[in-house]
Design a protein around this ligand. Structure first.
Ligand code: ADP
Length: 256
């Protein structure tokens, strides 16, 4: 069976997205490509490999062949507060990937399985004239990737976990379907509860690493709030952290 993303199969999925779904073999990034189009709701750009995939805080997202990389456009009127789009999409991607493996959400935007990362989600706001014109949801899923660079010991792929190749078209279709459904049809309180039920950090010890050089703070994650931020109880009281400011350590280390 050919498991690779196919232009015909991918571009047939426009009914699910309620807009065009465009496939490209290789791109700098699906984020760069989608910016060439008018950003209407549901527009989706998918590819098989990216040369400049990115993560949070300027990090790189390894995007070799075998993975599924896409950007989905959410345009106004927004159905949930902008800050809730990351948890909604992370919940949806989790729901879809749970059909394959037993996985969790790692706050704020990763899907992990057995202590390793199988997927990253990155939402970016497109602002013009002081208004948010669109939120671009970038998703990178390690599906049939055969290997990762040695600097990424905590990366793994569905193929490795299941000991078989998966149809990349089918994985994409499931993920897209769940994003569309969770964003459009499921009230946010329910989605937030879903996020909390599947968030690996909740109730666990976390180390907050402040990217502005303020150092590390140890605490316990006590809540995920409606805006997707996390409460961490520390010896200096409860700190509320937002995704742009910190990275959370402790998940990968604990499984080793
Ligand atoms: P964080 O892990 O702090 O949430 P991001 O969500 O922005 O950070 O993801 C970027 C990080 O993920 C990179 O710095 C790298 O450690 C790791 N990474 C990069 N590419 C992959 C990949 N394909 N699979 C798993 N992990 C990856």
């Amino acid at each position: 069976m050919n498991t690779k993303l196919s232009k015909e199969k991918i571009e047939c999925l426009s009914q699910i997205a309620k807009n065009r779904v465009l496939y490209f073999e290789s791109l700098t990034s699906t984020f760069d490509k989608i910016r060439e189009y008018e950003l209407s709701h549901g527009l989706t750009v998918v590819c098989s490999a990216q040369t400049q995939g990115s993560g949070r805080l300027g990090r790189k997202w390894e995007s070799a062949e075998g993975g599924v990389y896409f950007t989905y456009c959410i345009a106004p009127p927004f159905k949930v507060p902008i800050t809730s789009i990351t948890p909604v999409c992370a919940s949806a991607v989790h729901k879809a990937l749970s059909k394959y493996v037993d996985c969790s959400v790692k706050w704020p935007n990763d899907i992990v399985c057995g202590g390793k990362k199988i997927c990253g989600i990155l939402t970016r706001n497109i602002v013009s004239d002081g208004e948010i014109k669109a939120v671009l949801v970038g998703v990178g899923i390690n599906v049939n990737n055969d290997s990762f660079p040695k600097e990424l010991p905590h990366a793994t792929a569905l193929k490795k976990l299941l000991s078989k190749s998966l149809d990349e078209n089918e994985v994409f279709e499931k993920v897209l379907t769940d994003i569309v459904c969770m964003y459009n049809d499921i009230p946010y309180p329910k989605t937030l509860q879903y996020y909390k039920d599947n968030c690996i950090n909740l109730g666990k010890e976390v180390t907050i690493h402040f990217s502005d050089g303020k150092g590390d703070v140890l605490g316990v994650c006590t809540n995920i709030l409606e805006d997707g931020s996390m409460d961490v109880q520390t010896s200096q009281g409860t700190i509320n952290v937002h995704s742009g400011e910190v990275s959370v350590k402790g998940i990968y280390e604990e499984k080793e």
